[in-house]
Design a protein around this ligand. Structure first.
Ligand SMILES: [Zn+2]
Ligand SMILES: [Zn+2]
Length: 760
């Protein structure tokens, strides 16, 4: 017999994802003997067999691994031949503090869904899971990932579950959340604060009745609670908006399945792949121009041509759709707008009993709160816009020494980030640090990440803004050196870290708001930078922002600011929608503020230019959700057209001519689609012109795009295409949000580089 032995080390996300049973199965398939073992750092394998079998085994390891596994590295070393009688799974072995990664939560698998149908202890059991699926991050209190360190510790396994848990060949071998009708968590239905039922079938009948008759139900899910109602019922949707306290944001919709969804949205293969992936994110899709009946009501998507859509991911969702007539339900975060998604049963009952028809809770505690993630496919790639369920807390891999760095992120759309070795653990979506509840969630989560990933903080990184809650949290964190990072430098550094770039690049950071080194509000920054430092080359011309933050909520103020800059008081004679839609006394008040420079900080925010144009077109005067103006404009932009407006490129980039030409278009009754398209093309051409100049001066060919404005698919795709056509190497975000949710990674990258250069 020509048998050999090899030792294999597998690193990456390989625990809690059914990796060892998978190794066991493929070893059997190729007739190999030996063992597999989990340690804190990796999975160790030793196999003995023919060279051919071993090679096939190694190929299969990489190619057929369970869907949720992320294999970072497979290293193979030949060792002295050792003979075994069989292949075994050895006891876990903890060698150090060098923990492996924590799996995000995984959508329920097909096999588990079949278990719900079969007679036995999991018939109609809504918490069914196995090593390939189920809750992970949301239930983990500490590592190593073992039932005793999860909230499942309060449920004692019944003999049948224990048997599956301990049987190597079973799909539930070491599935920590394993449970069944006999021993596991249960749902309860609450109406008017009173528990009406604990019977799942009964609960589903009630919930489907409420939804069918236009009611609203609060449902406890995987990482938090959701409000649910019939997505086709306009009145129910309106009721839900009021309940959430005037939340104007488009609501996410869960469809029964991909086929029913295809009647309402145009889906390409990449979008379909994202929708069906085990991560089950909300995918932003273009609405079909001619949908089938019944149509989705306009108030669902706030009049935008985009709809955020997801497919069922919990057993409960599938079971509910079986009893529902409708093919789609609204499933939006259970909270008042601006508060974090609700996770506690008591709070749910106290806050929402009188506001909803019913509340469905369960007794599986949510330890780590996670929202639904949001992605968008732009330029052929999945771009994460909100990184939470299914994605967090998987690390972002870098080539930097990130060890011990805690980066506190931005103020809005906050995520923070902690470093361990070369890995950056970017937190789940935290939200806007403006409510007390969100700030508490933020502080608690930072402590939790430090504990979970065994971080020993040694260096802190914050934004430069002195008044950000995140900045203050960082400053008060402990006696560690603090690196402050300019907001837009952090944006570009974040994208650089995502792409392993560590050199001089041209950075284009377009967003709404970020504190600049001159004390002004930046947001359209063309910089030359590396990870350590940056030089600001040019930017959009400053414009007064009457009322500061209030202006971002009331885009008409910015429009007035622009009109006054371009026309002086003569603009008051123009026949444009803005002057019919906004009270002239209010306009007069804003003009006085600008003239007297009262509470008018200067801004170069690219988002503000979009706000102004959205107001000029009469699309939005008072925003009901973040970035409403830019989103409405993007909704109008049409592919395949080349027209644009003039721009003045000097020391800074001026839009006086742009505004004049755009107002002429409005006065000449040019349609809004054309105007919105021309504005988008203008920005794309402006980016191109500016970076071309920087390239010829600096000899840098790599362009890094970041900032919230690049969530705009038209802009990102158009800019990338034009730059690539002109031989630029273009980098943009995919696995890290381009919005402020990605800032913390950039802060961490800059801090790491400055430490390396001994600048801290
Ligand atoms: Zn399963
Ligand atoms: Zn059981």
């Amino acid at each position: 017999m020509n048998e050999k032995s090899v030792k294999i080390l597998v690193t990456g996300l390989v625990q809690g994802v059914g990796f060892r049973p998978f190794v066991f199965r493929i070893a059997g398939r190729f007739g190999l003997t030996g063992w597999v073992q989990n340690t804190n750092e990796n999975v160790k394998i030793k196999v003995t067999g023919s060279i051919q079998s071993i090679n096939s085994f190694i190929t299969s390891l990489g190619e057929d691994a369970p869907p949720a596994a992320i294999l970072e590295n497979i290293s193979v070393t030949e060792t002295e031949t050792e003979f075994f009688t069989e292949f075994t799974i050895l006891e876990s072995h903890n060698v150090s503090d060098e923990i492996t990664e924590i799996s995000p939560d995984i959508a329920v698998c097909q096999e588990c869904l079949l278990d719900i149908e079969k007679p036995g202890n999991r018939i109609d059991y809504a918490f069914v899971n196995c090593t390939n699926c189920g809750p992970r991050f949301t239930i983990i209190e500490d590592l190593p990932y073992d039932r005793a360190k999860t909230i499942m510790k309060s449920f004692k396994m019944c003999p049948a579950c224990r048997n599956e848990y301990e049987t190597v060949t079973d799909r539930r071998f070491h599935a920590q959340p394993v449970a069944c009708n006999v021993c596991g968590p249960q749902y309860e239905l609450i109406v008017n604060k009173i528990t009406i039922s604990n019977d799942i079938k009964d609960i589903l009948v009630h919930v489907s009745n409420y939804i069918r008759t236009g009611g609203i139900v609060l449902l406890k899910g995987l990482g938090g609670m959701h409000f649910a109602c019939d997505a086709f019922n306009e009145t129910a949707v309106e009721k839900l908006r009021n309940l959430k306290k005037r939340d104007g944001k488009p609501f996410a919709v869960m469809f029964r399945d991909i086929d029913s969804l295809k009647h309402y949205a145009d889906i390409n293969t990449i979008e379909e792949k994202s929708l069906l992936s085990w991560k089950r994110p909300i995918v932003l899709l273009g609405k079909k121009r001619r949908p089938v009946h019944p149509v989705l009501p306009g108030n669902l998507t706030s009049g935008l041509n985009l709809v955020g859509v997801m497919l069922p991911y919990m057993p409960f969702h599938y079971m509910l759709f079986k009893r529902l007539e409708t093919n789609a339900i609204v499933l939006t975060s259970g909270n008042f707008s601006n508060e974090p998604i609700l996770i506690e049963n008591g709070e749910a009952k106290a806050k929402f009993s009188s506001l909803t028809n019913a509340i469905v809770l369960h007794d599986r505690e949510i330890f780590n709160r996670t929202d639904d993630s949001v992605v968008r496919i732009s330029d052929g790639k999945e771009r994460i816009l909100r990184r939470s369920r299914g994605y967090a807390p998987a690390p972002v891999r870098t080539t930097l020494n990130a060890d011990g760095i805690v980066a506190f992120g931005a103020e809005l759309t906050n995520c923070f980030c902690v470093g361990k070795g070369e890995k950056a653990f970017l937190s789940q979506h935290i939200g806007d640090l403006q409510s007390v509840e969100t700030t508490l969630f933020y502080e608690k989560s930072i402590a939790q990440f430090i504990k979970l990933f065994r971080i020993k903080p040694s260096l802190l990184a914050t934004d430069m803004h002195p008044d950000y809650i995140s900045t203050r949290t960082g400053q008060n964190f402990g006696k560690f050196p603090v690196v402050t990072v300019q907001h837009h430098h952090a944006h570009i550094a974040s994208c650089m870290a995502e792409h392993f770039l560590d050199e001089k690049v041209i950075g284009v950071a377009l967003d709404g708001t970020g504190y600049g080194t001159d004390g002004n509000i930046w947001g359209s920054e063309f910089i030359v930078c590396d990870l350590n430092d940056f030089e600001r080359i040019t930017h959009f011309e400053y414009i007064p922002l009457p009322g500061g933050d209030t202006a971002t909520e009331e885009p008409w103020r910015i429009a007035v600011s622009w009109l006054f800059k371009v026309y002086g008081r003569d603009f008051l004679k123009l026949d444009i929608p803005l002057l019919h839609q906004v009270d002239c006394e209010k306009i007069e008040m804003i003009l006085k503020m600008i003239e007297r420079k009262i509470n008018c900080p200067l801004t170069s925010g690219a988002g503000r230019l979009f706000d102004a144009v959205a107001s000029l077109l009469g699309l939005v005067q008072v925003a009901t959700f973040q970035a409403e103006g830019p989103m409405r404009l993007e909704s109008l932009a049409e592919d395949g057209r080349a027209e644009s407006y003039p721009v003045t490129c000097g020391q800074t980039i001026g839009f006086d001519k742009t505004i004049r030409a755009l107002i002429d278009d409005i006065l000449n009754n040019v349609d809004k689609v054309t105007i919105a398209t021309k504005l988008h093309n203008t920005i794309i051409l402006t980016i191109f012109d500016s970076v071309k100049k920087i390239r010829s001066r600096e000899g840098i060919n790599k362009v890094v795009l970041s900032g919230g404005v690049f969530q705009n698919k038209y802009l990102l795709t158009g800019t990338t295409e034009l730059l690539q056509k002109n031989k630029f190497e273009v980098y943009s975000h995919a696995s890290v949000p381009t919005n402020d949710g990605g800032i913390a990674l950039g802060q961490l990258a800059v801090a790491s580089k400055r430490r390396e250069l001994k600048c801290v």
